[in-house]
Design a protein around this ligand. Structure first.
Ligand code: HDE
Length: 685
């Protein structure tokens, strides 16, 4: 019936974007937006060289007016982001569970655009703040756009979307003085938390290492809300979506994250951009947890409650496909800024559940985009356009691009053969799952949503000792910044319900009264929640190679070759950028210096030193080493570098690999150390 020819393949989105790319600025005469050639672009039209500017200077007016209107409102949350193009491939047909076409055929490559984000900071804030990360994916499927709008944490702060504006107001900078930026470490946030105990589980995640990811490429993604898969027979399964990074889940340490914020506020963005540019395409596997409808009430929590996860050991994550991010955007504004995600953008085969947070989200996204993107036609922006045809009677509005031809803009009509017309389910029409719903109109929470602490305790029980220590320190920092003593005490008392030792440790560090009663009876743990159990490798890890004049060329080259063979990224650092001469006359080029970089932006540090290193060089190099040391990173040294490590009394510690004359065994161990990521058991004296 529908005679549109759908041209769909992995390049369909790229071809479509190509139509909108303005690549023809090279070797071209400058024009106004009306196409009139411009003769002068540096001097406005004036009455005499020292006279007033004239209104009739249409080029000046157009250029400045356009500039004055360049900014659009930033997203009210998730303002700061980084995007990438890619493809999705399903591993095997999911026909038994869902009729969604992009989940049927392993040969189909569905184009995607992913946007990673922080939540609370403004567009110009730093990447490495302690915060939730957004992980939103738009699948340009042959049946229309499907958006999986996920976060890097499995649960959320609240159960009902009506609380979202309050929560965001409490989290954002305080309204009277706009302080502090991009952090939850202030009174209003913790006031809200302590008044909303349903947030306990999510706060545990937010205080954990998940909130300071080493890279967007090394984060999990969680759809959080419960959705439904619907198959051809109309049978439904409840489903939760997961992204699993093939590089494993890795984090920074907090002190490092704070320092990176100054050295390189774009640390996570840059990492994503550079790795895609180098061809290290990030891969995330798509996983689903599915529960049959008949088992809706088979769990000791409510599967519609967004403050609860489905433990992976109880409901296994089935890996069904992968995304590969293989191309950086051409233009940040046109793509990453103007993309609009919406959890309500679903295709046949994917439906909603009655999760009250999800239901609220279904209203908010379109609503906010209407103002952010200036009216109802933002689906026509190149990055938001589906790759399949659009036919309906929606018309006009700000910035309309389509020139709809013909007399008819209504349904039902006889003048245009009643076209466009709705189609049946068999012909691909979206039909909502026919769930029977009964109830009184009521503003209340189901009793099954009222256990706020069991899964927070499950999360705590699942952490390794260093992860627990990091959580305690995160509370100590965040709540330690709160000025109001009663708020601090309420936070301590709230988390006594999760674990008494945790609450006592926080209390001691923030000057509150340690609770004596409380704790949870939950002893269960979920190994999938600990980052200790994740995949580890040296691939794409950044290693500082510190050399001075008179360095050992052969030795340094042997280290660089081994690092490159393992897929790591060595970068030569010295006290200045430029050529550095080795003791044998051979040279290497330093691309960074002690001034441009510090050890926090690297995953590991190797120092050879150099025969002619000055005392100041030794101090700078030792500072690099010491900082890497207290951040538990692998460090290695040869020649003068080895001596400096020994002078600082770090030589015998875990994760320190010293090279001795004529024996390169340390290099293998250093590379293994980089793959191990951090040495948490290193004793800091
Ligand atoms: Fe969002 N969220 N959110 N959210 N969200 C937005 O939409 C909202 C929630 C998420 O890269 C906004 O276009 C409500 C959960 C991501 O462009 C806004 C509630 C999850 C992004 C909005 C939630 C998310 C957003 C702001 C219920 C994880 C960034 C700008 C309490 C599953 C997408 C925009 C991008 C963005 C509302 C909760 C993820 C205001 C009402 C849970 C990744 O509409």
């Amino acid at each position: 019936m529908n005679d549109d020819k759908i041209s769909f393949n992995e390049n369909s989105k790229n071809q479509q974007l190509e139509m909108f790319r303005a690549r023809d600025n090279q070797d071209k005469a400058m024009t106004t937006d009306q196409g009139v050639k411009i003769s002068e672009d540096e001097f406005s039209l004036k009455a005499g060289v020292r006279g007033p500017t004239l209104m009739e200077d249409f080029h000046f007016r157009e250029k400045v007016t356009h500039f004055d209107h360049e900014r659009i409102p930033e997203r009210v949350v998730h303002a700061r982001g980084a995007g990438a193009h890619g493809v999705f491939e399903v591993y095997e047909s999911m026909k038994a569970y869902t009729k969604a076409k992009f989940l049927q055929d392993p040969n189909v490559k569905t184009p995607v655009f992913v946007r990673f984000s922080t939540v609370i900071g403004s567009r110009g804030s730093k990447d490495t703040t302690r915060d939730v990360r957004g992980f939103a994916t738009k699948f340009y499927t042959e049946e229309g756009n499907y958006d999986l709008v996920a976060n890097n944490m499995a649960v959320f702060f609240m159960q009902d979307a009506l609380k979202f504006p309050d929560f965001v107001h409490a989290n954002k900078p305080e309204p009277h003085n706009e302080i502090p930026q991009a952090t939850a470490a202030h009174d209003t946030f913790w006031d809200w938390i302590s008044q909303n105990q349903e947030s306990a589980h999510m706060v545990m995640w937010a205080m954990s290492d998940r909130a300071i990811p080493r890279s967007f490429r090394m984060m999990e993604g969680f759809g959080v809300n419960t959705f439904r898969f619907i198959n051809d027979e109309g049978k439904a399964h409840f489903v939760k979506f997961h992204w699993k990074p093939t590089l494993g889940i890795h984090s920074l340490v907090f002190d490092e994250a704070e320092k990176i914020g100054g050295k390189d506020p774009d640390f996570n963005r840059r990492d994503l951009w550079e790795n895609i540019d180098m061809g290290n395409h990030p891969v995330f596997e798509l996983g689903v947890q599915m529960i049959e409808e008949k088992n809706e009430f088979a769990f000791d929590f409510d599967i519609l409650d967004p403050t609860k996860l489905w433990p992976e050991e109880d409901v296994p994550v089935r890996i069904i496909g992968k995304i590969t991010l293989n191309r950086n955007p051409d233009n940040f504004f046109a793509e990453t800024e103007q993309i609009a995600f919406h959890p309500g953008n679903v295709v046949p085969g994917i439906d909603f559940s009655n999760d009250p947070l999800l239901q609220g989200r279904l209203f908010s996204y379109l609503d906010t985009q209407l103002i952010r993107l200036g009216g109802p036609n933002f689906h026509e922006l190149p990055i938001n356009r589906p790759v399949c045809p659009i036919h309906n009677n929606q018309r006009d509005g700000y910035g309309r691009q389509t020139i709809n031809v013909g007399q008819v803009a209504y349904h039902r009509n006889a003048l245009a053969n009643n076209s466009p017309y709705p189609v049946s389910e068999q012909e691909g029409g979206y039909v909502h799952h026919q769930e029977k719903v009964e109830g009184h109109k009521i503003r209340a929470r189901s009793d099954s949503f009222k256990d706020h602490f069991s899964q927070a305790a499950l999360f705590w029980n699942s952490m390794s000792p260093p992860e627990k220590e990091h959580i305690i320190n995160a509370f100590a920092f965040e709540v330690g910044k709160v000025k109001d003593k009663s708020i601090k005490q309420r936070v301590v008392d709230m988390f006594a319900n999760v674990n008494l030792d945790l609450a006592k440790a926080i209390a001691v560090k923030i000057g509150s009264i340690p609770p004596t009663t409380g704790g949870s009876t939950v002893t269960k743990s979920s190994p999938a929640l600990s980052q200790e159990n994740t995949l580890k490798s040296a691939y794409t890890r950044k290693v500082a190679i510190v050399i001075a004049e008179g360095f050992d060329f052969n030795q340094v080259n042997a280290v660089i070759a081994a690092l490159q063979a393992a897929g790591a990224q060595p970068a030569i650092i010295s006290d200045k950028i430029g050529v550095i001469k080795g003791s044998d006359g051979n040279q290497l080029e330093a691309i960074k210096s002690f001034i441009t970089d510090s050890s926090v932006v690297f995953d590991a540090v190797y120092v050879d030193g150099g025969k002619y290193a000055s005392p100041l060089f030794e101090m700078d190099a030792s500072q690099f080493l010491k900082e890497a040391f207290i951040h538990y990173k692998p460090i290695s040294g040869t020649n003068e570098g080895k001596a400096w490590i020994e002078n600082e009394k770090m030589g015998n510690s875990l994760g320190v690999f010293l090279g001795y004359e004529g024996n390169n065994d340390f290099i293998v161990k250093f590379v293994q150390g980089i793959a191990a990521h951090r040495f948490w058991d290193r004793i800091l004296v």
